[in-house]
Design a protein around this ligand. Structure first.
Ligand code: HGY
Ligand code: MN
Ligand code: MN
Ligand code: MN
Length: 401
């Protein structure tokens, strides 16, 4: 299964993945998902928002147990972020069938579309639409770097954009959602555990900083006469690192666009995107506030205009409900495992989006280097198989009472 998926959307130059929403690589991954569902006799459907579901049992019965994750990637992403959760779901079902498990609830495996937001700039589009946390108008306003709109991209991929929208009935039919994900950090490596359970997802967001100066000739314009937006942008990047370090948070300017982007032209516009996350809301507010204040000071000093727009935000997600504790109980009740570590994460997930409307939990699988959103992302085969066995136990505990 893994070997069929691994080559899809992979950049041979870097070994990283470029599986962006509604592209040909995405279509290949969707075809792979459909084939895996068909090979197991599961009923495949693509919902109004482009998420794929593979059903065992009748969804109309409700109270379904759902597991899965996403198959899309960040630019030059790693092999495990997303796919590990989908592959482990199919493998866990295979394991339950080997055990002769009898399901008392419907079971579904899901591939949420456009989780990374790599093409249109907003994360978790598929799950946000389904959970009613993104309106059709907001979705229709999304553009990719080439100016292609989300609905146009959907249509070109054969999905009717007019159908998108909240899907409360679908969510009402879900009794539990469990997402297995490679850890994007080193907590499990440091604690020496192959598997952990999520406690919370940090509040996090994306802000766009537009520094507007004055385009001019790079070779003939005196320094004193310049209104160069690159300078306050550069100083803001440094200010972001300083503010985050002081607050014990994280802040990253990982994407920038420069206009006109000519080597011999002073830019007219430098557009930087800030990704910031913190363990609690007030810390996040403090960090982003300090970064914005520094940006405004530097912009004024360089005679540059600044506009800051918050493009997306996800409040803190506490998995502090029975499902998280039930997972820990299921995973340790037969005594074959030591207590399962519970860990927070700064990474966003579809589970975080759904948690406002469905009992949700996450399982993490050890990542020895902690590296993610990079081709260097890694998990050992043993740990992946341990994750599958843990997911199978959880699904059996929830769906085979
Ligand atoms: O950005 C995130 O945290 C997630 O990987 N989409
Ligand atoms: Mn990711
Ligand atoms: Mn992910
Ligand atoms: Mn300055």
């Amino acid at each position: 299964m893994w070997r069929d998926l691994a080559p899809l959307g992979r950049d041979p130059r870097t070994g990283g993945y470029r599986r962006y929403a509604w592209t040909s690589a995405d279509a290949e991954c969707r075809a792979w998902f459909r084939a895996q569902a068909g090979a197991r006799g599961l009923t495949h459907e693509t919902d109004r928002n482009g998420n794929q579901w593979a059903w065992l049992g009748d969804p109309a019965r409700g109270d379904a147990v759902v597991t899965g994750s996403h198959l899309d990637s960040v630019p030059d992403g790693g092999p495990f972020d997303g796919p590990l959760g989908v592959v482990s779901a199919f493998a866990a079902l295979d394991e339950l069938r080997r055990r002769g498990a009898e399901f008392s609830r419907p079971l579904a495996i899901v591939n949420f579309g456009d989780e990374e937001g790599a093409r249109f700039g907003l994360a978790c589009v598929g799950s946000r639409l389904t959970a009613g946390r993104l309106t059709r108008e907001q979705a229709f306003a999304l553009r990719d770097p080439d100016g292609v709109s989300l609905p146009a991209a959907m249509e070109a991929a054969g999905h009717d954009p007019e159908a998108i929208g909240a899907d409360p009935d679908r969510l009402a039919g879900i009794g539990a959602f469990v997402e297995l994900h490679v850890e994007q950090g080193r907590s499990l490596d440091l604690s020496g555990d192959p598997v952990g359970v999520a406690s919370a997802i940090w509040p996090h967001g994306r802000w766009r900083f537009d520094f507007r100066g004055e385009a001019n000739h790079a070779g003939t314009t005196r320094l004193a006469d310049r209104r160069d937006p690159m300078l306050p942008y550069a100083e803001t990047v440094l200010a972001a690192r300083r503010s985050a370090r002081l607050a014990g948070a994280v802040a990253t300017f990982g994407k920038v666009a420069v206009e006109p982007n000519g080597v011999n032209a002073i830019p007219s516009l430098v557009r930087g995107w800030l990704d910031s996350r913190a363990a609690d809301q007030s810390t996040l507010d403090t960090v982003v506030g300090a970064i914005e204040e520094a940006a405004r000071d530097h912009a004024v000093r360089h005679g540059v205009d600044l506009a800051v727009v918050r493009e997306s935000f996800t409040p803190v997600v506490d998995f502090e409900d029975t499902l998280r504790d039930e997972l820990s109980h299921i995973l340790t009740r037969d005594g074959s495992r030591r207590p399962i570590p519970v860990l927070g994460t700064g990474a966003g997930h579809d589970a975080g989006i759904l948690s406002a409307s469905v009992p949700t939990a996450m399982l993490f699988v050890r990542n020895p280097t902690g590296v993610s959103h990079s081709p260097a992302e890694h998990a050992t085969e043993d740990d992946c198989l341990t994750g599958v066995a843990a997911l199978a136990d959880v699904l059996e505990g929830l769906a085979c009472r």
